[in-house]
Design a protein around this ligand. Structure first.
Ligand SMILES: Cc1cc2nc3c(=O)[nH]c(=O)nc-3n(C[C@H](O)[C@H](O)[C@H](O)COP(=O)(O)O)c2cc1C
Length: 325
């Protein structure tokens, strides 16, 4: 996996499932991260090939709960992001999925209480020995590239020190979200502090924070010196941000997302959550579309909201025999 000059879809919980990743890739994303999946969940999974959909599923044993769904089309660009606080468990989880993905990434930036209270996400930032342990264990035991994603620390010199330590573990790249742990999403990302990390390291750094337009990819590259750029909210609101041709109309983007969700039988909660985020940015959930999405109980209902009943019928009928894509 190459990390130079790439446009990257950021990991996003409940958003970065297979249809959204494929959508971003269709518009031009080179690398697409999964939503964060916790190692505890992944170690309970078994790999199953789903011939009806054409996907590879990681399903919680003894249940129908699909924890991670991928497919061969994204094998060379999908990054499996994991939440962990333990090297041995992280390795066990990674070994289950590593042959089906392009890289494994460890989330070291999530400030949410469920992550931090479990010693995961941003809690790792204060434990450099544990970071080294996790990354070194993965690096030594996997053939798949290993990366991690961090936030900025209190001072730029502290971030650089940690980044140097991370580089020594042999990771293939480091993604840096240009905000500190207490920062809110509306606080501006500190591109200058990402630049300090870029100039201190030899491995590729993926710059992340406040990219909302295609032109911002170049702006953040120039400001930070990073060769690759990662975008979260800008892609969530309009996944065609990756297109050099300019953004597609958000109505078309939503419809294409719904079609992909139908094709890949996406979890309806995840589809609804993603659509609601898109609607809230451009409009309001109180309007008929928002209300209809909220009321939808399954993908058939969502197909109706977006006038895709015919597509839904076609896909459902084809599922009676195993599909090949
Ligand atoms: C809806 C949503 C879900 C997120 N989930 C994750 C996640 O699972 N793992 C992670 O490392 N960061 C997660 N983040 C943080 C983003 O990956 C990214 O670092 C942050 O939003 C800054 O990028 P932006 O300014 O382009 O939005 C999430 C952000 C959003 C908006």
């Amino acid at each position: 996996m190459e990390y130079e000059n790439k446009l990257v879809l950021a990991p996003m919980v409940r958003v970065g499932t297979l249809p959204f990743r494929l959508l971003a890739a269709d518009y031009g994303a080179d690398i697409t991260y999964s939503e964060e999946i916790i190692d505890h969940k992944m170690v309970k999974c078994e790999r199953k090939v789903n011939e009806y959909i054409g996907s590879t599923d990681f399903v919680e044993k003894g249940t129908d709960n699909i924890v991670f769904r991928t497919c061969s089309q994204e094998r060379d660009r999908v990054v499996f992001q994991m939440g962990t606080s333990d090297a041995v468990r992280a390795l066990k989880a990674a070994q289950i999925v590593c042959k089906d993905v392009a890289a494994v990434d460890i989330n070291m930036g999530c400030p949410k209480s469920f992550s931090v209270s479990g010693g995961m996400g941003a809690a790792l930032l204060t434990k450099p020995d544990l970071i080294s342990d996790i990354l070194t264990t993965l690096r030594r035991n996997l053939d798949t590239p290993v990366t991690c994603k961090i936030r900025l620390l209190e001072s730029s010199s502290a971030t650089v020190e940690l980044a140097r330590r991370i580089e020594k573990t042999g990771v293939s790249a480091l993604a840096v979200h240009g905000r500190k742990v207490p920062d809110r999403p509306r606080d501006p990302a500190k591109w200058n502090e990402i630049a300090d990390v870029v100039s201190a390291l030899s491995i590729p750094v993926i710059a992340n924070g406040d990219v909302f337009e295609y032109d911002d990819f170049e702006r953040i590259k120039v400001a930070t010196g990073a060769s690759s750029v990662m975008v979260a909210r800008g892609a969530l609101w309009n996944a065609s941000i990756f297109s050099p041709k300019g953004k597609a109309h958000w109505e078309d983007v939503k419809r294409e997302y719904v079609r992909k969700s139908i094709s890949w039988d996406n979890d309806v909660k995840s589809t609804k959550h993603t659509l609601k985020e898109m609607i809230m940015h451009y409009s309001c959930l109180e309007f008929p579309e928002g209300k209809a999405v909220i009321k939808s109980e399954n993908l058939a209902d969502l197909a109706k909201v977006y006038g895709e009943e015919e597509y839904y019928r076609l896909v459902s009928n084809n599922r009676f025999s195993p599909t090949r894509r």
